[in-house]
Ligand binder design. Structure first.
Ligand code: NAP
Ligand code: MG
Length: 403
């Protein structure tokens, strides 16, 4: 069998710990036997980030801008404990944060559904994709405690030095205050990323804020979304047979619970933080959640939503077998290969990526799965396998489909 050829390289961002081990296994077992894999490799493992003073992260993001599609392994975001463990020069920032800032991207998280794992909300038969705005609001706040007898005001100084003041509160007793902001440009990028992704996925977009209470702040989000939709996307959505739907956040949560899924839920920063945890939990497992960063100009970076699975890695280092779920990482690769194939007009590559996903799901639905899923699955006959066995089982099914 001749291998599938690629035209443009994928930007490959390697990572840390157990996911780094899985990364190599996926390539060896599921990709290299079938594809003449072309990647531009960046080692975002913490050791190499430290050696390059984190330059490698910036380089990988620039390469993503150049080529348009990247696939990323989970990486360690260092904390105090990692300083001595990796002998770090400094506590390097989260690579995801750095890449997101350079690409000005929005993160879309989508659960992978399989038979045997029923969401806590059983009517959710299709995935709900959460898009979280990743700039501003409470995450870039300024806050103070207000002592008894103090007066808090909002002061805005314009370019000519003119001040506008508004009283926040006269504190007869002590209290607290907080200042928030967002930028029109960032909200517009978020809106475009959501609308582009919706066209890509052929799914509706739901967006909700608290604009009835926040008549200027949240209302601005609503207006920017509507304006961009009307001017740039309405026709494209009509042609694709999909909808943009705005409602109040209270109404949205009620509708989400009653829905069957199958849409993109665009959330403000805080809503997205909280709701993505709720939605992920309700669908069953973080190890079955994919994540893709999409820039407003259509650049894609695919990854798993989970971390480096540190606890399993320490077992692996002791020579013990682990049963680590590789599904989200497999889907990061399949997502990136599919997108690369679409952009380069390589139907064989798209077809391969789809078969890889099918083979993965089929493996689990036939009862072969890692420990985390075995604990959740309601299938009667199930076998718990280790990390490598699972990938070999997927390959048995993939090989059959490829013949
Ligand atoms: P984690 O890697 O997501 O793992 C937390 C726990 O969830 C694991 O111990 C495991 O539970 C379970 N789990 C997660 N993924 C799994 C999988 N694929 N298969 C089986 N079980 C899985 O989170 P963490 O341990 O809090 O973080 C480890 C490192 O990851 C940190 O350094 C953090 O900075 C980094 N991180 C990176 C990203 C990213 O690059 N996108 C995201 C989040 C965290 P059991 O131990 O009970 O089996
Ligand atoms: Mg959260």
């Amino acid at each position: 069998m001749s291998k599938i050829q690629m035209k443009t390289p994928l930007v490959e961002m390697d990572g840390d710990e157990m996911t780094r081990i899985i990364w190599q296994m996926i390539k060896d077992i599921l990709l290299l036997p079938y594809i003449d894999l072309k990647t531009e490799y960046y080692d975002l493992g913490l050791v190499h980030r430290n050696e390059t003073d984190d330059k490698v992260t910036f380089d990988s993001a620039e390469a993503t801008k150049k080529y348009g599609v990247a696939v990323k392994c989970a990486t360690i975001t260092p904390n105090a404990a990692r300083m001595p463990e990796y002998n770090l020069k400094q506590m390097w920032k989260s690579p995801n944060g750095t890449i997101r800032a350079i690409l000005d991207g929005t993160v879309f998280r989508t659960p992978i559904l399989v038979k045997g794992i029923t969401p806590y909300i059983p009517t959710w038969t299709k995935p709900i994709t959460i898009a979280r705005h990743a700039y501003g609001d409470v995450y870039k706040n300024v806050e103070m405690t207000a002592p008894k007898g103090s007066k808090a005001e909002l002061v805005l100084t314009d370019a000519d030095g003119n001040e506008v003041r508004e009283l926040i509160h006269d504190f007869k007793d002590g209290g607290i205050i907080q200042g928030l902001h967002n930028r029109d440009e960032s909200i517009a990028s978020f809106a475009r990323a959501c609308f582009n992704f919706a066209l890509d996925q052929k799914q509706d977009v739901w967006f909700a804020t608290k604009d009835t209470i926040s008549k200027k702040y949240d209302h601005r989000f609503k207006d920017i979304f509507q304006e961009i939709f009307d001017n740039e996307y309405k026709e494209k959505f009509d042609n694709a047979g999909i909808e943009y739907f705005y409602t109040l956040i209270d109404d949205a949560v009620a509708r989400v619970i009653r829905s069957n899924g199958g849409y993109i839920w665009a959330c403000k920063n805080y809503d997205g933080d909280v709701m993505s945890d709720m939605v992920a939990t309700a669908y069953g497992s973080l190890a079955m959640m994919t994540s893709v960063l999409v820039s407003p100009d259509g650049i894609y970076e695919y990854e798993a939503a989970h971390g480096t699975v540190q606890r399993h890695y320490y077992k692996h280092l002791k020579g013990e077998k682990t049963s680590t779920n590789s599904v989200a990482t497999i889907f990061a690769w399949s997502g990136a290969l599919k997108k690369r194939g679409e952009l380069d007009g390589l139907s064989e590559l798209v077809d391969f990526a789809e078969k890889l996903e099918k083979a993965t799901i089929q493996t689990i639905e036939e009862g072969v799965m890692t420990g985390d899923l075995a604990a959740l699955s309601t299938l009667e006959n199930k076998t718990k396998v280790d990390t490598e066995e699972f990938l070999n089982e997927v390959n048995v099914r993939l090989a059959a489909m490829m013949n």
